[in-house]
Design a protein around this ligand. Structure first.
Ligand code: B1M
Length: 211
């Protein structure tokens, strides 16, 4: 079993204490940080999700796998994030009301910070009002909205609709994403940018800053 496979298995079964060491060992072996993230952790979470769907595991197991992944990401962060010496913009980002998933949001924040943005993390289960309040900040140029559940897609729609009526609307862009979100849905609700993963979110934010 390769180190990345070992890591993926440890994330899948929620071995929080083992995961940071395995990430470090995978780095020491010369594996690319992005492969460690994708194959060693994100793929493992997909397996966890599939097992949950088949009723082979339940919420507590999903939660401990998520905790294990977070520990691994902490070790990986300096290798993925890079040096963001010069500030290119300020972004606020949160997971919509009713949605408690934050691993994807945190990865997106990490990748966007690495492009030079200062990111205000609004957290999870963020009500529309909190997004609107964040948009009042005159420095904010991008607002990121994440949703992981089909049942919280309407909350994303509400959030984007409210942001679209904000008096500063011409001064910020709205980025959306999350597993159930598509380009078609993003267009339908009036968001400016949809990206499917953290790496492309970072690239999109960088492109916005360059405009
Ligand atoms: Co939840 N959960 N969960 N869960 N959970 C999913 C999402 C699910 C697909 C599992 C499944 O059934 N296969 C399913 C949703 C089904 C659906 O809606 N179609 C589900 C469910 C049903 C639920 C509950 C309802 C279960 C229950 O209680 N019965 C419940 C809901 C709670 C709530 O939010 N109100 C629930 C709870 C939880 C935990 C709390 C236990 C835990 C979350 C812990 C945490 O986040 N701190 C959890 C977990 C861990 C998962 C899975 C297994 C993993 C999610 C994850 O972190 N993935 C997930 C299954 C899966 O994803 N396959 C599942 C890794 C992460 C890196 O990917 O978040 O997709 P992701 O982020 C990606 C992209 O989506 C994108 O970039 C990220 C990085 O590449 N992205 C953006 C995300 N936001 C973006 C924003 C952008 C751009 C890109 O721009 C702004």
């Amino acid at each position: 079993m390769s180190k990345i496979e070992e890591l993926a298995h440890a994330v899948e079964i929620g071995k929080s204490k083992l995961v940071p060491g395995l990430v470090q060992e995978a780095l020491d072996e010369g594996n690319a940080p992005i492969d460690i993230l994708n194959k060693g952790m994100i793929d493992a979470m997909a397996i966890v999700g599939d097992k949950f769907k088949r009723n082979e595991i339940f919420v507590p197991e999903m939660l401990i796998a998520a905790k294990a992944m977070k520990k691994g990401v902490e070790v990986l962060k300096p290798y993925l994030a890079g040096d963001n010496a010069s500030k290119v913009g300020k972004m606020a980002m949160g997971t919509v009301a009713g949605d408690l998933h934050d691993i994807g949001k945190n990865l997106v924040i990490m990748m966007i910070e690495s492009t030079g943005y200062e990111v205000v993390d609004l957290g999870i289960d963020v009500p529309v009002e909190k997004f609107l309040e964040a948009a009042n900040d005159p420095e904010i140029t991008v607002i990121g909205v994440s949703a992981l559940l089909t049942t919280t897609m309407p909350a994303m729609q509400e959030t984007v609709a409210a942001l679209n009526k904000h008096p500063r609307r011409s001064e910020f862009k709205i980025m959306v994403g999350g597993a159930p979100i598509t380009q078609a849905f993003a267009n339908e609700i009036g968001a400016d940018v949809y990206t499917e993963d953290a790496a492309s979110a970072g690239q999109a934010a960088k492109a916005l800053a360059a405009k």
